[in-house]
Design a protein around this ligand. Sequence first.
Ligand code: PLP
Length: 377
Amino acid sequence: MAAIQVLKPKFHVEECLEQVRECLEKGWTGMGFKTVEFEEAWKKYTGHKYAYYLNSNTVGLHLAVKQLKMKYGWAEGDEIISTPITFVSTNHAILYEGLRPVFADVDEYLCLDPEDVERKITDKTRAVAFVGYGGRVGQLEKIIGICKKHGLRLILDAAHMSGTKVNGVCPGTWDGVDVTVYSYQAVKNLPTGDSGMICWADEEQDKLTRQLAWCGINKDTYARSNKGTYAWKYDVDYLGYKYNGNAIMGGIGLVQLKYLDEDNARRREIVKRYNEAFAGNDKITIIPANYPDECSYHLYELAVPDREALLNFLSDRGINCGVHYRDNTEYSLYDYAQGTCPKAHEISQHLITMPLHMWLTDEDVESIIQGVNEFVK
Ligand SMILES: *Cc1c(COP(=O)(O)O)cnc(C)c1O
């Protein structure tokens, strides 16, 4: 029997190939064409007013920080409050622009704790970077309230949140969120190969993103290709980047988006079974979701007393679990903040990511449950 993986994307291969074929036959694999179609489809699905397709979420977070810095005149050394429990991109994006990540502790959802966020605000604080960890919304509403009260901008790292809704609404569209950045990296809920989407609340910011993500050029190739003779006449007024997404990834994204709700429903079904099975085990802490019926459940994690031992035990049974993520203040780059987030530090030593993806059969799920409950008691 093949080992069970912790994360494994499932692609609708024939439909994806059909999209790729269309790009190849048309001779259009770069920016435009499917990237525009995917932006439109994403706006329709999420309710975001603006969406720009990028080659990753990481570059989107960089643009988010950069553009807010430009607009509000932030200075080097100004602070953004962020979480230590995330993939490093969230925090790297802050450093790319010479700003300083200040870490606040996490709550029971592993999302930023509003009380600690408020404690960490100084006269240099300019924004909060919130991660919808595992697809959970956590206390985002309270964080929005804090940002409004203190005049801070809010960046939502929605890398895990494709498909997460609250009463049918994507939290990224809530009033008070300046910018939302999604990831369609290889193992995210909506996998492509690598790509992402940046969704601004503000039209001017969306326009600026289109320019900055395309080397600072003030008209994109696709628009120019339809405009005849002056196609080559563009201006460059910013030092931009090569951050745009491409039509091949966009085509795959279009297919995967069609199945996102169905896939997330299956994730919820598996999570429900896990929750039932682990609820009675008092050695296991389940990380809750406050909107369980509308969570994307990108990750399902448990906190257990001896994580390494459980990882090894399950691995011997052909069940590969994972660890997401180490407390970022353990890394040399961020060790100036060691000790500032005791809850995050403590729980991050005990978290284990259970397998959760479209390839899991009900039998797989039962054997995982059996393994965990046999070992942790
Ligand atoms: C995956 C991930 C990112 C980075 O996404 P890419 O598309 O790979 O750049 C950022 N933040 C979080 C929380 C992630 O999980």
